[in-house]
Design a protein around this ligand. Structure first.
Ligand code: ADP
Length: 573
């Protein structure tokens, strides 16, 4: 069977031989060849596609896999790496494929073979109650981890941290450096210990996992995890975990995550602010409270339209208006929903006296901003806006309600632009004004939020567009390309991105003649000399690919006909 898109440089016969070898490893039922767009039937988050980007910014048939292969265990992942090297076929691992807004399960190099890590390898291997951690396989989602704790009666004792939507893989989200909203919101910071299959098929455990656990006979037991693997991240010698995040250096087959012991009490709240110009005062107030941990969680400032889009679509608020909403229309929505131009969501964790003390400080500080209104979430009582949803999210209960904001426009899809900034009122204002001007010029509504970490802000700009309209998709891509350059000129870079933008963003991290990229490429070529694992991910191209031909930038041709025919040779060889 010939796929719609062959892997680059691979003939039909070689592809057929590779597929036969892959079937020999994982069994017939676990290999699907993607022969045409008629297989792109899934476009729903709840039942996601595995072979293409459900929220395409380019044509739907551009970023697609030639086949999807689902290994059943670690040994099969190792065997797949070996045959991929033998046939020089590029592969693209994913865990669930719900990385929406960033490309989903789709590969950067069209025609790569997707490795579906989550279909079979989806067990919670351990939950340790005393030390509050778990050990997971790639197919464990935030929802299934939560359900597992419920089934063990542990959901009150051990809390997880969830992102806005509960269906993603814990491993996928964590290695992409995704965030959640409880005190454990920085997922990568809270992981502990990884197991990885390297591109040559070798199996590695990081940190304390490299130390064998004695078996029953006293001899080292190669299977059982070391008892300190999920307790101490660093082990001995160079600390490697970071290079397996947002990278193409290995396939993660297991990962430990710390869980939050029940803090002894919880109270979610929101604060609404009347004016767009309140942003700098809000940000300055948060910095002081967050850096001293008076605000204990990764809290968020959301723009009015982000909340409005969860509660209705554009047509329901402003019938017939297709251009970006103006100030009068925003005022109308603000009054109708009883929200602010900005809404801050936070939570208090701990026994009541601690919560009361923290609330006193938080209330006192934000009260300095004229017009600030405070809302405490009380279970069972209706609260304005989306506080009911955020109360679950900040408590680590998975939800799906926020999928709704993608329906702001008909056939809605979203595309994220996510620059990092310093937690400064002036920076937030400048970044917001740049973004707002460009989005409005390009005809999009301004739907943004700021997530405040320990010392930085992730500014998440959601470009919501009609995925069925090629012109609108092209406009969405173009406006984000402009924003990337404009923000880089101001010293701001993105923390994560869609497949289509990886090259451009990687090139903005250019200190000392792109020294960081040279380091990344040297590691790539050492670990993966055939360049078979996720070539091009995050802008890191192996030497077997001619980067100049493969990179996507403004003005690049992006149709199936424009895909380079052969991988290399790269000028680096
Ligand atoms: P989600 O967890 O949101 O469903 P995906 O499964 O779509 O996320 O994974 C997002 C991206 O993370 C993938 O495209 C891939 O680059 C990387 N990734 C996911 N899982 C693995 C894994 N087990 N090993 C290596 N990379 C992975």
């Amino acid at each position: 069977m010939t796929p719609l898109t062959l892997p680059p440089g691979i003939s039909k016969d070689t592809f057929a031989a590779y597929v036969a070898a892959a079937r020999g490893v994982v069994g017939n039922d676990n290999v699907e060849v993607i022969t045409g767009p008629d297989q792109f039937t899934k476009d729903d988050y709840m039942d996601p596609a595995k072979e293409h980007d459900m929220y395409p910014v380019l044509d739907k048939d551009y970023f697609v896999s030639s086949a999807v292969v689902a290994p059943r265990n670690v040994a099969e992942v190792q065997a797949l790496m070996r045959i991929s090297n033998e046939f020089k076929v590029p592969v693209w691992p994913f865990s669930i494929g719900r990385n929406i807004g960033y490309g989903g399960p789709a590969p950067r190099v069209p025609g790569s073979v997707g490795i579906d890590m989550g279909r079979h390898m989806n067990r919670v291997l351990e939950v340790n109650e005393a030390d509050a951690y778990c050990l997971l396989e790639p197919g464990v989602t935030f929802q299934s981890l939560y359900d597992h704790l419920v089934s063990k009666g542990l959901e009150d004792k051990l809390w997880i941290d969830v992102p806005d939507l509960g269906g993603g893989s814990v491993i996928g989200n964590t290695i992409e450096r995704g965030v959640g909203y409880s005190p454990y919101g920085d997922h990568f910071m809270m992981h502990c210990g990884m197991e990885i299959v390297l591109p040559n098929g070798e199996l590695v455990r990081t940190g304390m996992g490299a130390l064998p656990e004695p078996g029953a006979t006293g001899a080292p037991d190669q299977q059982s995890p070391n008892r300190c693997w999920q307790l101490f991240n660093y082990g001995f010698g160079p600390y490697h975990d970071g290079i397996f995040s947002q990278s193409n250096y290995g396939i993660v087959t297991k990962m430990g995550m710390w869980l939050m012991p029940n803090p002894g009490g919880y109270q979610a709240y929101s604060i609404t602010f009347e004016r767009e110009d309140d942003l700098p005062a809000i940000v300055e107030t948060i910095r002081q409270l967050r850096i001293t941990m008076v605000i204990q969680n990764a809290a968020t400032i959301r723009s009015l339209l982000m909340d409005a889009a969860v509660l209705g679509d554009k047509e329901s608020f402003c019938p017939g208006v297709t251009r970006p909403l103006n100030d009068d229309e925003l005022d109308g929505i603000q009054t109708k929903l009883g929200l602010g131009r900005w809404i801050f969501y936070g939570a208090l964790y701990g026994p009541e006296p601690i919560r009361n003390a923290l609330w006193g400080a938080i209330h006192g500080s934000f009260s300095q901003i004229p017009g600030a209104k405070f809302h405490l979430h009380e279970d069972g009582k209706p609260t304005p806006g989306v506080l009911d949803i955020r109360a679950k999210t900040m408590r680590g209960i998975p939800t799906y309600d926020e999928l709704k904001w993608v329906d702001w426009v008909p056939n809605g899809a979203h595309f994220f632009f996510s620059p990092i900034a310093e937690v400064r009122g002036e920076a937030a204002t400048r970044q917001f004004q740049i973004t707002k001007r460009r989005l409005v010029e390009a005809g999009f509504d301004v739907i943004v939020d700021f997530i405040i970490g320990m010392r930085e802000m992730h500014h998440i700009v959601c470009v919501v567009y009609d995925r069925t309209k090629p012109e609108e998709r092209a406009r969405a891509l173009a406006v984000v390309r402009t924003l990337i350059d404009e923000c880089a000129a101001n010293g701001w870079g993105e923390y994560r991105t869609h497949l289509a933008l990886m090259d451009q963003i990687a090139s903005t991290y250019s200190f000392n003649d792109h020294a960081l990229m040279k380091l990344s490429e040297s590691i790539k070529d050492t670990l993966d000399p055939n360049g078979i694992l996720a070539p091009g991910k995050n802008g890191v191209w192996p030497a077997t690919y001619d980067k100049e031909k493969w990179r996507l930038q403004a003005g690049s041709q992006v149709t199936r006909q424009s895909i380079p025919k052969h991988p290399g040779p790269s000028p680096r060889l």
